[in-house]
Design a protein around this ligand. Structure first.
Ligand SMILES: NC(=O)c1ccc[n+]([C@@H]2O[C@H](COP(=O)([O-])OP(=O)(O)OC[C@H]3O[C@@H](n4cnc5c(N)ncnc54)[C@H](O)[C@@H]3O)[C@@H](O)[C@H]2O)c1
Ligand SMILES: [Zn+2]
Ligand SMILES: [Zn+2]
Length: 382
């Protein structure tokens, strides 16, 4: 069949809308019609080159080719057809994408850390997770799809390991948001910072991820909840989602947090800016109190290996630095669980969507994200 998708032909180029040929799903695979796809910053990292590398560098390193690639890893859609052996889904089911597949059998899966499933290694590999071959073709050429879901497409063929069934009464726009940004932010606060009632929490960077770290910290009972972002609109939005105070930068937050805590500083600092750079660590650890935790959620350029940390204070004040992927959540539990909190009115999802775009407005959507116009932009397909 034919379908339309937003494709990156090479690093640094704009998204291009292309007509693709799609093969039917093979064993374990599912044909999905995407209804909504979120514009997460992680796809922009792929375009800008923070993630991935130029094709010649990849070839020289013996890595499989990455481009051309269909973008999009936040998605809500409907199952159209299932391939042989698919047991968890049937046509008509509503699904959310999982930006890493979950095998259910590896060490990380069986110990409750399916966000670290060994199949995650396939994220930048070419083709399907089953056998590396491709179901997506552009002008007769096999093409890749990001995170093995490729939600910036009207349809894509996805392994059932990358799909989570959701209730059909949940809007697919809401389902698409929990497939990355919401769970990542919420879990960064609840699971990784382990926020407890009465604590002081600082969230740095209020985009689609950070705003949900604010929601998570509020639900976990944070007393002082400081949202840091240079953009005034983001600061106002954070107050609507439960922040108690705002600041334009970490430097500006320093006297505020000192004052709020009588100098004890924050129990946790969660870093969700657009791009993570090593020099942000010094400011973040100055805001982190004794015995406190600094959670690094934002994605840094893949080549970033240096950061500034006062190692004396790290040890003497017993501070902790923790990385996190997908908020340390388990997609098959956390996606339906967060949608349950949404249904009962405890988690805001509809309010996260600032603007909806048609697929062919994708470059405008990303420009709006970079200009700080959106909490989250979402592509909706007719
Ligand atoms: N770890 C994971 O599993 C995971 C999952 C999804 C996204 N991410 C990453 O999280 C980050 C945030 O994603 P997003 O989609 O919310 O991005 P976004 O672009 O929507 O929002 C980022 C926000 O950070 C603000 N910001 C930038 N620099 C800042 C600074 N120095 N101090 C304070 N605020 C600053 C921007 O103004 C913007 O409001 C990205 O790096 C993304 O790739 C990580
Ligand atoms: Zn994402
Ligand atoms: Zn696994």
């Amino acid at each position: 069949m034919k379908t339309k998708a937003a494709v990156l032909r090479e690093l640094g180029k704009d998204w291009e809308i292309a007509e693709l040929n799609l093969d039917p799903p093979r064993t374990g695979e599912v044909l999905v019609r995407w209804v909504a796809a979120g514009l997460c910053h992680s796809d922009e990292h792929l375009r800008s080159g923070d993630m991935g590398a130029p094709e010649d560098t990849r070839q020289a390193a013996g890595l499989p080719r990455l481009f051309p690639i269909i973008g999009g890893h936040e998605g809500g859609g409907v199952v159209v057809e299932v391939g042989p052996g698919v047991r968890s889904l049937q046509p008509g089911d509503h699904v959310a994408a999982s930006f890493f597949p979950v095998c259910g059998r590896c060490k990380m899966c069986v110990t409750g850390h399916s966000n670290l499933c060994d199949l995650g290694a396939a994220t930048f590999a070419f083709g399907q997770i089953s056998d590396g071959t491709s179901r997506h073709h552009l002008n007769g050429e096999d093409i890749n799809f990001i995170a093995k879901v490729g939600t910036f497409a009207e349809h894509s063929v996805v392994h059932e390991a990358s799909l989570v069934k959701v209730d059909s009464d949940v809007p697919l726009g809401a389902a698409c948001l929990v497939s990355c940004g919401v769970t990542t932010g919420w879990g960064s606060a609840v699971y990784r910072a382990e926020v407890r009632p009465g604590e002081t929490v600082v969230v740095v960077g209020i985009g689609g991820v950070g705003i949900n770290a604010v929601q998570g910290a509020r639900m976990a009972g944070a007393h002082n909840l400081v949202a840091v972002d240079p953009i005034e609109f983001k600061q106002k939005a954070a107050l609507d989602f439960g922040a108690t105070h705002t600041a334009g930068s970490m430097e500006e937050a320093l006297p505020l947090v000192t004052d709020l805590t009588g100098g004890q500083m924050a129990d946790s600092v969660i870093l969700t800016p657009s791009v993570m750079y090593g020099d942000l660590m010094a400011g973040a650890l100055s805001l982190t109190g004794k015995g406190g935790t600094c959670v690094v959620t934002a994605v840094a350029p893949q080549t970033q290996t240096e950061c500034s940390i006062n190692l004396f204070e790290l040890a003497m004040y017993q501070k902790e630095v923790r990385g996190v992927i997908f908020g340390a959540g388990n997609p098959r539990f956390d996606i339906p669980n967060l949608l349950g909190l949404y249904k009962s009115g405890q988690l805001k999802l509809d309010e996260l969507i600032t603007r909806r775009y048609a697929l062919d407005q994708i470059n405008e959507g990303y420009e709006d994200m970079i200009n700080g116009v959106n909490i989250r932009g979402v592509i909706t397909f007719d």
